[in-house]
Design a protein around this ligand. Sequence first.
Ligand code: HEC
Ligand code: HEC
Ligand code: HEC
Ligand code: HEC
Length: 507
Amino acid sequence: MATLRDVIRQKPWLGWVLFTCTVVIVFLLGLLASSIVERKSEALIAYTPQVEHGQYEPRNEVWGENFPRQYQSYKKTKDSSFKSKYNGNAMIDMQEVDPRLIVLWAGYGFGKDYKQGRGHAYAVEDVRNTLRTGAPVNGAVSPMPNTCWTCKSPDVPRLMNEAGIAEFYKGTWETKGHEIVNAIGCGDCHDAKTMNLKITRPALTEAFERMGKDINDASHQEMRSLVCAQCHVEYYFNKKMVEGVPYLTFPWDKGLSVEAMEEYYDEMEFSDWTHAVSKAPMLKAQHTGYEVYLTGIHASRGVSCADCHMPYMSEGGQKFTDHHVQSPLNNVANSCQVCHREETEQLIQDVYSHQDRIIENRDKLEELIVRAHVEAKFAWDLEATEEQMKDILMDIRHAQWRWDYAASSHGGSFHSPVETGRVISSGITIAQEGRLKLARLFAELGHNEELPYPDISTKAKAQEFIGLPAEKLQEEKKLFLEEVVPEWLEKAREREEGYEVKTVNQY
Ligand code: HEC
Ligand code: HEC
Ligand code: HEC
Ligand code: HEC
């Protein structure tokens, strides 16, 4: 066999070809190595801390000095220009869209005001603005406790660390207004030293403990949903845990399904309020986002909240997490098409068709529950007894709990359409059973005609129906925002000036 040397001796040009190839390959490898070094030093510049701050630094802009890309994208949660068919980041007055809500929540804060959420950067502003927190001005107090601040701000872990958890929840809402001024941010989800994901809200850790689980055992992928489950969950204020404190508690001890939580609440005879029209002992579902998500196909395939709501993006050769948490329909390319091959339009239509079908039945259930409240009131007017009403009121409670569990789970009709549909249809069955009992009771009480459905076709008409002094509440709120909030901000500014932040790197 001829050796390479023999071949080259016969065909000298082949030697030159081999030589040139070697030179080119070495050159390319050199280029690659230098580009890797460059990227590495770029990364080093981007992630070399500019400032040093503690875990309880509440100001997003301070954390943002070290992580400008994440901070810049976080700031986009201020954008409110995107609207999808039912959601998006514009603020939607749900009482205008659906005046039935005013009757369903009569006698409760949500009957006064309910707007669909917008970006995280608005969290503090919006809780001040809502009529639900009242107008604590001129010595008046808020109807809400400090517990209501819990899901709004990185000032919350700061205060819990300073004063203790129960001490944080204690007292009415306005007493901590000057303390809580920074909207949801870095300190809510991250460890300051390592930037690893971190659970900062004790209610979630405690719920895990009561279920016999340790949240520290959660996998990295689970953490990408659990940081959201600190806030996007069902909760209630437990007044029996610590004397005089509305202690934030997740009702998960028996499980996270609609039935398990209902049983939990029934067993402890808990109710959020007594309905102003029917007098039923009601439950208010808060935002069962995480619970419903868990029952869906994406959760069972291991897709996390962050995969869709905080996808990776790339800028200047750097891959990072998009902190513009929003409707994924505003960013289908990064949110969905990393896994799905379908066209953008098709994927959006898939979401809408789930939502349309769920909402069709949800609206029917709402109408049935409105009827049941009105009929129950009529039965009381006919002097029905507590004994006669007991089961009926429980049916109303259970039907509305199911409706709210489905409706308040923002995104639920996409996150888990089958479960959401099931919960709504079981609500329809229960509402109808209650109304059958009501019809029988009416017959007993000598009434034999169907009650007319109230005219609640507009927000104003529905407010009038339940006797809500909407204008007065608005005026008081305006005064509070003009007089009290600027004082809160001034106090906060003075306090924050004293925080220690060390500049560690100056160029
Ligand atoms: C500290 C509590 C908290 C945490 C943690 C949290 N959220 Fe939120 N989220 C809120 C609140 C409060 C709002 C409503 C803000 C408003 O309307 O002012 C909201 C709003 C949203 C919205 C609506 C945005 C829009 O533009 O309409 C989405 C989507 C969302 N959150 C997803 C998530 C995801 C995903 C996570 C986890 C990666 C998460 N949230 C973590 C409290 C939280
Ligand atoms: C609602 C929770 C949440 C908030 C608020 C939040 N982050 Fe993150 N952050 C995440 C998640 C989820 C990831 C992805 C982590 C992973 O998979 O390891 C992440 C990743 C990061 C990373 C790692 C690099 C990357 O881009 O993946 C940095 C740095 C970071 N965030 C900085 C910040 C800063 C700065 C802020 C405040 C402006 C902030 N984060 C606010 C949830 C949050
Ligand atoms: C990390 C990967 C991943 C991402 C991101 C993702 N999906 Fe999926 N999706 C899946 C998997 C896996 C399934 C289950 C299909 C299967 O196992 O055959 C699925 C199923 C679906 C289905 C059919 C089931 C149903 O509920 O109707 C739809 C529709 C869908 N995805 C839409 C979307 C949309 C819209 C987005 C973006 C907002 C998205 N997906 C983001 C992986 C993903
Ligand atoms: C497979 C992708 C996917 C996953 C996983 C996912 N979501 Fe969503 N989410 C969506 C889509 C799509 C919508 C509907 C957006 C719309 O209608 O504009 C949505 C809607 C929402 C909304 C209402 C948004 C608005 O604009 O008002 C919230 C809040 C939300 N999701 C939170 C979560 C939380 C918390 C988790 C994890 C527990 C999660 N999502 C997991 C895709 C996802």
